[in-house]
Design a protein around this ligand. Sequence first.
Ligand code: FE2
Length: 272
Amino acid sequence: MPSAPTFDQTLRREFDRQGYFVIERYLSEADCQRLRAQALSLAAGYELSDGAAVFSTRTHAHGAQRYFLDSARDVRCFLEEDARDANGDLRQPLRQCINKIGHALHDLDPVFGPFSHSDSVRDLAEAMGLVEPKPIQSMVIFKQPRIGGEVVWHQDATFLYTDPVSVVGFWFALEAATVENGCLQVLPGRHRDGLKRRFIRVDDQTRFETLDSSRWDLSEAVSLEVPEGALVGLHGLLPHASAPNSGPASRLAYSLHLIDGQCHYPADNWLQ
Ligand code: FE2
């Protein structure tokens, strides 16, 4: 388990002002190794016959698929958009074609479960302002060498909306994240501009509802290169993205989202 984090007044101020913070040595080497080994073992156990869906934040074509919706309460693998060549064959061995595994590792997985419900994670979420922190969505994100796909600019509150907005994202670097392998990018301070869209589910169909059609100024983007073991904390309204992985190294991360159990959780959120 991670040691007690040092979320002091300085970090709190940074979080309030910028909408994110970085704790460089949050996970020990042993923690990283353990979580990485579990991620790889989940990937190794995956067969295409288990069901497959491509995960794309550009098209959201996965959104209408039963496989995607049912992953809300399961542990399922999603393939990279570029996993297949023109003939439909996998470009790399299957385990190197997995984009991510989601979305209920925090409840169902014997390793990621206890980690996600640890005192350390809860204390940190409380320090960030959540009264009743509730892990609600989790993903292992592989960002595979050469084919690791882009994650387009978004706010996590689009997908995990509460009234008032309470979601926070914990992004644990299980490997070093660099510009080359597609590290997180953020728009510092823009969490104060409100929510632009909601991702809504009605009768097993999903769609976006626009709340504010203005555009973000992407010239303000900052790349967050972090070492293995780092934790990036993200405000639910902070715009963030990541570029494709153009390099030879993967960029494995564990992403955990928590909401405040005291806030209203609407019945039309995709994740129920
Ligand atoms: Fe996100």
